[in-house]
Design a protein around this ligand. Structure first.
Ligand SMILES: NC(=O)c1ccc[n+]([C@@H]2O[C@H](COP(=O)([O-])OP(=O)(O)OC[C@H]3O[C@@H](n4cnc5c(N)ncnc54)[C@H](O)[C@@H]3O)[C@@H](O)[C@H]2O)c1
Length: 268
């Protein structure tokens, strides 16, 4: 495969916290494919995580921004365009946080303040990012914008709780904003619906390990890794996928098309 798929492209990658993070893997692959980009995460993640070492490895500036704060986002876009020397060609939204999930509050007893915060961090932030970039005219024509989703947006996975609603909203924003950005500037917006992946956010879901194994057995190709997700993101940022927009794309080893897999039966 060519290692110059993203040569000359400028991007912003949100959500690399540690080496397990999907965004971390995406950053490494984008670097290998010749892109230049800025890394961003919440101020607390810059203090607690290892993102600075990633920045050094992939030659990227690290800029703090709470993705629910419009002032932070405006400053981030301005600094990114100044640092990278031009408009933005690709964005990865790899941000998620379920406050009720974290605090073990059951789905039938949600705290609504926490729910609103979860929706803001995990979904509305995607709209905030696109709106900020559009208003400041900082997206290059033909840019590619991605967010990471999960199949609980379409099917019931009880322990995923409020995050199911967050992902449904996220995917809807991709379609709705995808229309406006496509019609105005030829920009595409998609979500990738990823397999369960062992990361900080993933492991926060109750029963994650059992569910990871179940999905792995159900999927003819097994679970898609963060590394393969990063390959897919590179393809989606490249010009080879320039006519794909407003889609939710399953990257799950076939899980979403399965009804029953005999491989799972001996476990019952
Ligand atoms: N791990 C999985 O099983 C899985 C499966 C499908 C989709 N996803 C999605 O992939 C994305 C990345 O998650 P991950 O699994 O790599 O875990 P992760 O914990 O490494 O990444 C989540 C990121 O969100 C960031 N974040 C939280 N609040 C923020 C805020 N206010 N502003 C800016 N950033 C904030 C965190 O700092 C962290 O870097 C999430 O949207 C997640 O829902 C994960």
């Amino acid at each position: 495969m060519s290692d110059t798929l993203l040569k000359g492209k400028r991007g912003i990658i949100f959500g690399a916290l540690d080496e397990q993070s999907i965004a971390w893997q995406v950053a490494e692959k984008c670097h290998q494919h010749g892109a230049s980009f800025v890394l961003s995460n919440a101020p607390v993640a810059l203090r607690m995580g290892q993102i600075q070492s990633l920045g050094e490895k992939v030659n990227a500036s690290v800029i703090a921004a709470d993705a629910t704060n419009m002032d932070d986002l405006e400053a981030l876009f301005q600094k990114s365009v100044d640092t990278l020397g031009g408009k933005i060609d690709f964005i990865l939204h790899s941000i998620g946080m379920g406050i009720n999930v974290r605090k073990n509050k059951p789905y039938t007893d949600l705290n609504y303040d926490w729910l609103q915060k979860s929706l803001d961090i995990s979904a509305i932030s995607f709209h905030r990012i696109m709106q900020t970039a559009l208003k400041k005219d900082m997206l290059a024509d033909g840019a590619s914008i991605l967010a990471l989703s999960y199949i609980a947006a379409q099917r019931v996975f009880p322990d995923y709780s409020e995050m199911a609603e967050a992902k449904a909203l996220l995917e809807s924003f991709a379609r709705s904003f995808g229309y406006h950005l496509g019609a105005q500037k030829g920009i595409r917006v998609n979500t990738i619906s990823q397999s369960p992946t062992k990361t900080t956010a993933g492991s926060g879901i109750k029963g994650f390990d059992d569910f990871f194994d179940y999905a792995d057995k159900m999927s003819p190709l097994g679970n898609a890794s963060a590394d393969s997700c990063a390959d897919f993101c590179v393809a989606m940022f490249s010009d080879l996928t320039r006519m794909i927009t407003m889609q939710n794309l399953y990257h799950d080893g076939g899980f979403s098309s399965m009804g029953m897999n005999p491989a799972v039966l001996p476990e019952l």
